[in-house]
Design a binder for this molecule. Structure first.
Ligand SMILES: Cc1ncc(CN)c(N)n1
Length: 225
C-alpha cells in the first residue's frame, strides 16, 4: 500500500469525528449560528493568505518545472478561487464579506495550526514534510463535504454551494501532493516516515480544532476562563 493511502486510512476516524462535530452538523441542519460563521471567516481569511505563502516557500525546494507551475496555480486558487466558498458563508451570515475580514484575527487554534506548517517549511529541506502538514487542508474539507453530500440532500440548504465547492473533484491536487510524499517516503528513513505521519495526523486534528474554535468563538481570553 502506498504511504499516503495508509495515512488516509489512519485519519478516517478523525474525519468522521469532524463530520459529527457541531460546526458541520449545524451546516447540515442549515442552522449554524451566524456568530460561528463570522468567527470562522475572520480566522480563515488570514489562514488562507498564509497558506498561499507557504506554497511559495516550497518552490525553492522543487526542481521540476511542472511541480513549480502546479504550486503557482495552487497559490492562485487559494488567493482567488476559494473566496467563493467564503462568500457563501458571508451571505448566510448576512454581513458584508469585506467588513467581516477587515478585522480578521489570529485565535489560539488557527495561530497554532499555521505555525505547524511554517515550522516544517523552515525546519526541513525536503518539501514532503511541509506537504504532509498542508495536505489535510484540501483533503479533510473534500472528505467532509463528500460525507455531507452522500448523507443529506442539500437542496434548499443555505450551505449547499459551500458543500458543492469542496466536494468537487480534488483528485488532481491530491494526486500531485500524494506523488511528492510517496516518492520521498520510499527512500526515507523510519524516523523521517514517522515525522511525515505525525505531520499529517496533527494537521487533521488542527482541522477539527479549527471548526470547534469557530463554533465556540475562541479568543485568547476565553482559553484561560
Ligand atoms: C482551516 C482551513 N482548512 C482547510 C480549508 C480548505 N482549503 C480552509 N479553507 N480552511
Amino acid at each position: 500500500m502506498m504511504f499516503t493511502q495508509k495515512l488516509k486510512e489512519e485519519v478516517e476516524p478523525i474525519i468522521e469525528s469532524i463530520y459529527n462535530d457541531p460546526f458541520i452538523q449545524g451546516m447540515v441542519r442549515g442552522d449554524l449560528s451566524k456568530e460561528a460563521v463570522i468567527h470562522y471567516l475572520k480566522a480563515d481569511h488570514l489562514y488562507l493568505n498564509e497558506f498561499a505563502k507557504i506554497y511559495s516557500l516550497l518552490i525553492p525546494k522543487l526542481d521540476d518545472k511542472e511541480g513549480i507551475k502546479f504550486l503557482l496555480e495552487q497559490i492562485d486558487f487559494v488567493m482567488n478561487g476559494e473566496v467563493t466558498a467564503h462568500y457563501t458563508l458571508a451571505d448566510y451570515a448576512q454581513v458584508d464579506y469585506k467588513t467581516i475580514i477587515k478585522d480578521g484575527e489570529w485565535y489560539p487554534t488557527s495561530d497554532h495550526y499555521i505555525k505547524h506548517m511554517y515550522f516544517n517549511a523552515y525546519r526541513y529541506s525536503d518539501a514532503a514534510f511541509t506537504i504532509c502538514a498542508m495536505a489535510p487542508c484540501p483533503y479533510v474539507y473534500q472528505q467532509v463535504a463528500l460525507k455531507m453530500k452522500e448523507r443529506h440532500n442539500f437542496n434548499g440548504n443555505p450551505f449547499k454551494d459551500w458543500v458543492d465547492f469542496y466536494a468537487k473533484e480534488m483528485k488532481p491536487l491530491m494526486e500531485h501532493l500524494d506523488g511528492w510524499v510517496d516518492e520521498f517516503a520510499e527512500q526515507a528513513s523510519e524516523t523521517e516516515r514517522a515525522i511525515l505521519t505525525k505531520n499529517f495526523k496533527e494537521s487533521c486534528i488542527h482541522e477539527k480544532r479549527f471548526f470547534n474554535m469557530a463554533y465556540t468563538q475562541e479568543t485568547w481570553e476565553s482559553v484561560v476562563e
